[in-house]
Design a protein. Structure first.
Length: 287
């Protein structure tokens, strides 16, 4: 759906929630409150979850699909809707469903992307009229990656991930590998061997710096499945882990080149290809 089409706020809608990758991720320090200070480059890919939304006039916010192991009150889509309702005093509610494709504990920002798409879509459906900046503020209370998805374009990020600047990167196709393991982000951030003192870089020189994912070595040590996927994909390109893991990606210049690598994946592995997405499909829904 585009902003030029007729929009009926009472009608059910389905909106995308794209996954993201971290082109690099450096931990440059730690705040007094324990939060880690990061530098990273976020990029979306044209693959992810899909959210279904139906406005309710009775004010209730209900989850229409179950997520194994995640109670409704802990689900980021429910929390996002409640946060928007609390911030605006909207009398409306919503039925929210999630068609889940992004693996949990994969470092692809699935829960954060779902929350951002709910914030953006309900802001429009409920007629709240909040700005993008205000939605980013609400999103930050839900998770450090949520503001990026609301920001809606490839970005250089600092702070805990909320200080965002637009970033130009070359087009690319990515081979994505999801090892059969879920990596708990908190466990990696608390690991004593984690590097926390990378030298800060400047965005202008990002492409010329030697970059890495500071969490990758720790995750590979704790989760052999991630190390195995990284070793396999590294045969064909510059493979790297996204976020706090577990998913691995490598960029290629063409879809055909990416397809050739995907076809060589070991039997039983979850491997797919996706194109870099430089603008969120809902970018035009909020200013």
């Amino acid at each position: 759906m585009t902003t030029t089409q007729t929009f009926d706020p009472a009608a059910p809608v389905r909106v995308p929630a794209p996954a993201k990758i971290n082109l690099f991720l450096h931990i440059v320090g730690r705040r007094p409150d324990g939060y880690h200070l990061l530098q990273t480059a976020f990029r979306m890919i044209d693959w992810g979850d899909e959210i279904s939304l139906q406005r309710r006039d009775d004010g209730q916010i209900l989850r229409a699909t179950d997520v194994p192991g995640v109670p409704p009150e802990a689900d980021l889509v429910v929390r996002a809707a409640r946060a928007l309702k609390a911030a605006t005093g909207s009398p409306f509610g919503a039925d929210i469903g999630v068609d889940k494709r992004i693996p949990m504990g994969g470092g692809l920002g699935g829960g954060s992307s779902d929350a951002a798409s709910v914030l953006i879509a309900l802001n429009r459906i409920w007629g709240c009229g909040l700005s993008r900046a205000r939605l980013q503020e609400i999103g930050l209370a839900l998770g450090a990656d949520v503001p990026f998805f609301v920001f809606g374009e490839t970005a250089f990020a600092e702070g805990v991930g909320e200080a965002l600047q637009p970033l130009d990167v070359p087009p690319a196709w990515y081979v994505m590998v999801a090892p059969k393991v879920s990596v708990p982000t908190a466990q990696i951030f608390s690991a004593p061997e984690l590097t926390r003192d990378s030298e800060p870089i400047i965005m202008r020189g990002f492409a010329t710096h030697a970059t890495r994912n500071d969490m990758q070595a720790t995750v590979c040590k704790l989760f052999p499945e991630v190390a195995e996927a990284l070793d396999w994909l590294s045969q064909f390109g510059a493979a790297r882990m996204s976020g706090s893991g577990a998913c691995i990606f490598a960029p290629f210049d063409s879809k055909a080149a990416a397809e050739q690598v995907r076809a060589k994946a070991p039997e039983g592995w979850r491997v797919w290809i996706a194109q870099g997405l430089d603008r969120h499909p809902l970018k035009g829904w909020v200013v």
